[in-house]
Design a protein around this ligand. Structure first.
Ligand code: SF4
Ligand code: SF4
Length: 408
């Protein structure tokens, strides 16, 4: 479906129903049950955005959380949270920050509250694409050449685009429209460093997040520039413009888990995603569920390990805990207020629910054997084996630094 003409980015109820019918079979594969009274998510209600304008969320802790990224409030409270840990985390974010800060004076925080601005024009001459499947295969290889770990392609599905984005100067709503004629989304996965993830919760662990935001900023800009040089539109996007989780699943990169993350066969939930919206003729991938979500139905390891108890234990539901949850979709949903409240106390991101997930580690042949069991009809045996294994031990941040000094 082309981006609707004259669209300001907001779908009418009739268009929602039309898209629900159009994507009925792929929604079933996604495990997302989108109801006909669905409304697009307004980015103003995103938890991070609320932390700037919503007085029920803003606090000394949230102020300190954000200022710690500029070393203005980096607490020194032991291993994993000392000045070197915060310094390394902030350094890891540096490239992403260059993009997200360059539009501050016009209220466009690129990659988060606005798409990344085109630094190059669309070439006047357009190449001829006779075979969209071959073009798709080539684009995937080029994405990997630039550094992406996973790549999938799907059609534009405007249901998962923000109804509005925000102007970060005053947090007023701004239309969230893309150029007319955009048809496909290239979704890329960026795997996080497993040893750093093993140190969650810590400021040191946040290095694994910052590094991938910086990598993805560079990779989406490079690939989008290539496509624009071929004569096609290419909008480089990180967390902005649309919800990346449904897109990653629609592009066949993984399944939706209880911890609200995409669980990929290769890296489990230990991955971040970026996307490029384009009118380059491409073919869409089809999600091929392996049964990871079925494993989640019987596992509650992440929910048990979550310190503020923000994750659900029961079945997927349409219930929205608060305005930061995507409503009218049957799925597992976290209480984002509880989750972000914990992040603010830590002064850094938390991903304990990623660290403890049994799909996160694929180091040894035993991990690979466990994965084969977990995605087969023997998943109960995999659950039993994982229960015997217990929670993975957190790697002490001090030990990570020792390893760096002695072994790397
Ligand atoms: S810890 Fe268990 S329930 Fe949670 S996402 Fe991983 S497999 Fe699913
Ligand atoms: S990130 Fe941390 S606080 Fe948030 S849901 Fe996961 S474990 Fe809970």
């Amino acid at each position: 479906m082309n981006w609707p003409s004259n669209s300001n980015g907001v779908l009418t109820p009739e268009q929602i129903i039309e898209l629900n019918r159009r994507f009925e079979s792929s929604d079933a594969l996604l495990g997302f049950d989108v109801s006909d009274d669905f409304v697009q998510f307004n980015q103003k209600d995103d938890m991070f955005t609320r932390a700037f304008w919503d007085d029920t969320i803003k606090s000394k802790d949230t102020d300190a959380f954000f200022s710690s990224y500029r070393m203005e409030a980096a607490p020194r409270r032991g291993e994993g949270f000392n000045q070197k840990d915060f310094a390394l985390r902030n350094a890891a974010w540096a490239i992403s920050d260059i993009f997200s800060n360059r539009g501050n004076d016009i209220g466009e925080r690129e990659g988060f509250q606005a798409a990344i601005k085109n630094d190059t024009p669309v070439a006047a001459d357009q190449i001829t694409v006779d075979d969209p499947a071959a073009e798709s295969a080539e684009i995937k290889k080029l994405a990997k050449l630039f550094g992406a770990d996973l790549v999938g392609i799907t059609e534009v599905d405007q249901r998962f685009h923000y109804s509005h984005r925000v102007d970060t100067r005053d947090f007023t709503e701004v239309p969230n429209a893309l150029p007319e004629g955009v048809t496909h989304v290239i979704v890329m996965g960026h795997a996080m460093d497993v040893d750093l993830v093993d140190t969650y919760p810590s400021a040191l662990a946040g290095v694994s997040t910052g590094m991938e935001y910086s990598h993805e900023a560079a990779i989406v800009v490079q690939l989008a520039t290539y496509i624009r040089n071929l004569g096609f539109e290419a909008i480089a996007s990180m967390n902005d413009t649309a919800l990346v989780i449904p897109y990653a699943i629609k592009a066949g990169l993984g399944e939706y888990g209880r911890n609200q993350m995409v669980l990929t066969p290769e890296f489990g939930p230990r991955i971040r995603f970026s996307k490029i919206f384009t009118n380059l003729p491409l073919t869409a991938d089809t999600p091929q569920p392996l049964g990871i979500k079925q494993y989640c139905e019987n596992c509650t390891k992440c929910a048990k390990a979550c310190p503020p108890k923000a994750l659900p234990f029961g079945e997927p539901t349409v219930k929205a805990e608060n305005q930061s949850t995507l409503a009218h979709v049957r799925k597992w949903s976290a209480d984002c207020e509880k989750c972000f409240g914990y992040w603010a106390k830590l002064k850094t991101d938390c991903a304990i629910c990623m660290r403890v997930c049994p799909f996160t580690h694929k180091r040894s042949w035993m991990d690979h054997l466990w994965f084969a069991l977990a995605t087969s009809r023997f998943r109960q045996l995999a659950l039993w084996l994982d229960a015997r294994r217990g929670l993975p031990v957190r790697l002490k941040p001090g030990r990570w630094w020792d390893r760096l000094r002695n072994h790397r």
